[in-house]
Design a protein around this ligand. Structure first.
Ligand code: HEM
Ligand code: HEM
Ligand SMILES: [Fe+2]
Length: 444
């Protein structure tokens, strides 16, 4: 750690740990409800649990991205963050808006649109908060002593993510239009601009952890960014097959989204190649493990399992089933959750001065959570395929099918318990690190 203001990141990461833990509680509520044990229904019905689970996910990931930016940008730009005081204001406002939204969901104060449930008045506050964040990061780069590809890609990823929140606020009472714009946010985030954030954070981590020259690592970043945009933008069409948009989306969506896995494959090969080329033994092996985990699991979850249901001929059957949940879990986990856990693992010893990164607990956390998440994905996949056959092929009623597949959720809950054990180990290790210290720590 080179600059004291990088320590702001610690508090964003602590928020991550808290919201992530809460997200899992709501996952279990739904897992049990799917098994037929819906005892909390009158307090937390399934739709509330689902909205809370997915919004907490987005919130802790965004908190992780922001923390990562506050950690990375001073180092890349070679100066302190523009204003530490405003960075804390930004964090507190972010948490207040998020927690208000989550509480509101329990009282049906929401918009009811998957992933974009946050009620409109709070949307405006989100915009103000994000503007402040972008201003602080952008201003730091602007006034900094150097511009690096990593910091520019990270900044544009964050800026475009902020801009793409706006289409979700376009007012319409037409269901097709509403779906159309919703995908501008949801798809263009995870399969577009968030990939820039992912590429930049991975490049920062690879530079630090492998010792390979910055020029080599950053050159590949351009190629990945190019591929992401080439396939991801028109790939939005894979959500326009059956929502009332014109038929040409079947062809456009099918072809371009089928190309998307190439960007994820490229990222995986790139990360592994850099780690091999580096030859340096990192002082933080677990951070490298999480970085390679991000590269590999995002290819499997987003690329491979995304491809599995992206062609219109397949999606016609799998649309909106548990096959989607199968892909959604491993894609979010691999690409973005592992990424945030990677930067946290890298930054914690440097911010706190305690060398607890390669402990048994932390390595256990990596393997257990990954094996747990792969098992959860398999459980969702089996339930999803059974659902598709019974409901979509044989034409049985939705609720009748849900009853038939209850048994598969025992598998899900068991797998989720293994996963949660891994996450508990991660959070425990995070707590053991303690808070940030006054003295600056040297790079690893
Ligand atoms: C990190 C990247 C990705 C993440 C986090 C992600 C996550 C998700 C999530 C959460 C959904 C459900 C969204 C909703 O219904 O509101 C979804 C749907 C979908 N994803 Fe992905 N995805 C990623 C990449 C991909 C890629 C690369 C492909 C194609 C190759 C793909 C194909 C699809 C398709 C076709 C659907 C629609 C499923 C349906 O019709 O129900 N995804 N994705
Ligand atoms: C204790 C662990 C977890 C359990 C038991 C769990 C369970 C569930 C369940 C039952 C659903 C609802 C599926 C449906 O609509 O019927 C769901 C949705 C979802 N969960 Fe989890 N989850 C867990 C952890 C996670 C994690 C760690 C992530 C992200 C990395 C995640 C991402 C999602 C997403 C994106 C959806 C929406 C999927 C879709 O749109 O189809 N979950 N989860
Ligand atoms: Fe998509």
């Amino acid at each position: 750690m080179k600059y004291t203001s990088q320590r702001i990141a610690y508090w964003f990461f602590a928020v991550c740990m808290l919201l992530f833990s809460l997200q899992l509680v709501y996952g279990f509520i739904m897992g049990f409800a799917h098994m037929g044990y819906d005892g909390l229904h009158s307090l937390i019905p399934f739709n509330v649990a689902r909205a809370v689970h997915t919004n907490l996910l987005v919130m802790w990931l965004l908190s992780g991205f922001m923390g990562a930016a506050y950690y990375i940008i001073p180092e890349e730009a070679d100066r302190e963050i523009l204003s530490v005081k405003w960075a804390y204001v930004q964090l507190i406002a972010f948490v207040v808006v998020g927690v208000t939204a989550i509480i509101g969901f329990h009282f049906q104060w929401w918009e009811g649109r998957k992933f974009l449930e946050i009620p409109r008045p709070l949307d405006y506050l989100v915009v103000v908060d994000v503007l402040l964040f972008i201003g602080l990061i952008g201003g730091t780069i602007w006034k900094g002593r150097r511009y690096t590809t990593t910091s520019i890609v990270l900044f544009f990823g964050l800026l475009t993510a902020a801009l793409l929140y706006l289409p979700g606020m376009i007012d319409t009472d037409h269901q097709t239009h509403d779906s159309y714009w919703r995908w501008w946010v949801v798809h263009l985030w995870v399969e577009g601009v968030w990939e820039l954030i992912m590429g930049a954070i991975m490049s920062f981590l690879l530079i630090k952890l492998t010792g390979v020259d910055r020029e080599v690592i950053e050159k590949w970043l351009y190629i990945i960014v190019g591929f992401t945009f080439l396939s991801g933008i028109l790939g939005t069409g894979h959500h326009y097959y059956y929502i009332g948009t014109p038929r040409y989306w079947l062809m456009i969506g099918g072809v371009f989204s089928a190309l998307e896995p190439i960007a994820f494959l490229g990222m995986a090969i790139y990360a592994i190649a850099m780690a091999k080329k580096g030859g340096k033994t990192p002082t933080n092996k677990t951070a490298l493990l999480w970085t390679l985990g991000t590269a590999i699991m995002s290819f499997v979850g987003a690329g491979f399992l995304g491809f599995a249901h992206t062609l219109p001929q397949v999606n016609m059957y799998t649309h909106g089933t548990l096959v989607t949940a199968m892909h959604g879990h491993l894609a979010f986990w691999g690409a973005y959750a592992c990424l945030v856990l990677a930067i946290i693992t890298y930054a914690m010893p440097l911010m706190t001065g305690r060398k607890l990164q390669d402990t048994y607990t932390n390595i256990f956390a990596f393997w257990t959570s990954n094996i747990g998440m792969v098992s959860m994905t398999i459980a969702f996949g089996i339930a999803g395929v059974a659902q598709v056959y019974l409901e979509r092929k044989m034409g049985l009623d939705f609720l009748l099918v849900q009853k038939e597949i209850e048994v598969h959720f025992l598998g899900l809950v068991l797998a989720a318990s293994l996963f949660t054990l891994g996450i508990i180990a991660f959070v425990y290790n995070f707590i053991r690190f303690g808070g940030p210290v006054g003295d600056l720590q040297k790079e690893s």
